[in-house]
Design a protein around this ligand. Structure first.
Ligand code: P1T
Length: 382
């Protein structure tokens, strides 16, 4: 059967997989090698050097392409390494429209490393009038994170992609928060989807990696050439770990969501909480779009605790099961304070203009027992 005829959970386990030709091993070998023998100079079996290609990585890329219904996938040593390759690919002076509420590291990369190479404009990608006006200026691309990190703002991908296409502008979507299980941007008209593999796709907080999926051969080839020239490829062992993690992506995402729904409801009813943001709540401003374009609501919750930094810190120091740590998407629950941690590189006035106040707390809800997680939060509120 072809990958495209299979349902998600089956693709997650089987795409890119085949028993090892030499031994029949069902699970993929870790081709922990830097180089490959050639029978005559230039004569080889498709693999010359692991920076360029590696069979374990090939399997991972085949699998990832299938998960996003894409022809091509490329992986890197981190999510930001992939974003770096993309920025290198664009001609100098490119105009880039970018969502105003993206991961702090992406913001830092764009506004420091590439600030002299390109012209970045940060806009609210849910303001469709503004998006339409800006797309008419024909930027090189529009970069959308949806839901955003950390305010969980949701952009209608189909709506933006339609206008972008009319103006010949490429649409890039960072789909890290939903994973390919809950959202498939290419099916909604995006040209490129990027992921931090570090998060849900790997799912076990033991790998840092990045990926890109596309049906655009030119983009894929250009980025592979850059990856080969610059060198941030995904290692054989990390490729293997991610492949292993993906096998349970479908069940993990369902479990993350089930727990997140319960926790969002608990937080919404708590006296010490000002506001809860979760795409699955009717109170979420883009709940309808979330229902339309996502197959679920995910495991990320943002809430505003009553008070400020002092109250936030007190709460974060008291949690026991939730680990106070950056990152997200692992089986274990994490909690963090974006203004001090993941988004510290975003200037305070910009943070506040997008609702990222000092009383904002972000949860990555894991797949532990929901009652235990709620009990932990309850005791931390005091
Ligand atoms: O950490 P890295 O694998 O380089 O991925 C960067 C990245 C890209 N896109 C999104 C939406 C992300 O959330 C991240 C990384 N985010 C965190 C580390 C965090 O705690 O939010």
């Amino acid at each position: 059967m072809k990958n495209k005829d299979l349902n998600f959970a089956t693709k997650a386990i089987h795409a890119g997989g085949h028993p090892d030709k030499e031994t029949g091993a069902v699970m993929p070998p870790i081709y922990q090698t830097s180089t490959y023998i050639q029978s005559s100079p230039g004569k080889h079996k498709g693999y010359e050097y692991t920076r360029s290609h590696n069979p374990t990585r090939t399997r991972l890329e085949e699998n990832l392409a299938a998960l996003e219904n894409a022809k091509y996938a490329l992986t890197t040593s981190s999510g930001l390494a992939m974003n770096t390759l993309i920025m290198h690919m664009l001609p100098e002076g490119s105009h880039i429209l970018c969502g105003d509420d993206v991961y702090g590291g992406t913001y830092r990369l764009f506004t420091t490393v590439f600030q002299n190479k390109h012209k970045f404009e940060f806009i609210d990608t849910t303001d469709y009038k503004l998006v339409e006006k800006k797309l008419k200026e024909k930027p090189a691309l529009i970069w959308i994170e949806t839901p955003t990190n950390p305010t969980l703002k949701i952009t209608d991908i189909q709506r933006v992609a339609k206008v972008a296409k009319a103006n010949k502008v490429k649409v890039y979507v960072d789909n890290t928060f939903m994973s390919p299980y809950f959202q498939n941007p290419l099916d909604l008209g995006a040209d490129v989807v990027v992921h931090s593999l570090t998060k849900y796709i790997n799912g076990h907080s033991d790998v840092v990696g990045g990926a890109l999926m596309t049906n655009d051969k030119k983009i894929h080839q250009a980025l592979w050439t850059l990856q080969n020239s610059i060198g941030p490829s995904c290692s054989p062992f990390d490729s293997w770990l991610v492949l292993r993690g993906i096998k349970t992506l479908a069940v993990r995402m369902r479990a993350h969501e089930e727990n997140a729904k319960k926790i969002a409801a608990f937080l919404e009813g708590h006296a010490k909480v000002d506001k809860v943001v979760y795409p699955g709540l009717k109170s979420h401003p883009q709940h309808k779009i979330a229902k339309k374009q996502m197959h679920g609501f995910g495991g990320m919750i943002t809430f505003y605790i009553k008070g400020g930094v002092k109250e936030s810190k007190k709460f974060l120091e008291r949690v026991k099961l939730f680990a106070l740590a950056e990152s997200l998407g692992g089986v274990e629950s994490l909690i963090e304070h974006p203004a001090i941690m993941t988004h510290a590189s975003v200037p305070k006035e910009i943070r506040e203009s997008i609702g990222l106040y000092d009383n904002l707390i972000r949860l990555s809800v894991g797949i532990e027992d929901a009652d235990d997680l709620i009990a932990d939060l309850k005791q931390a509120f005091g």
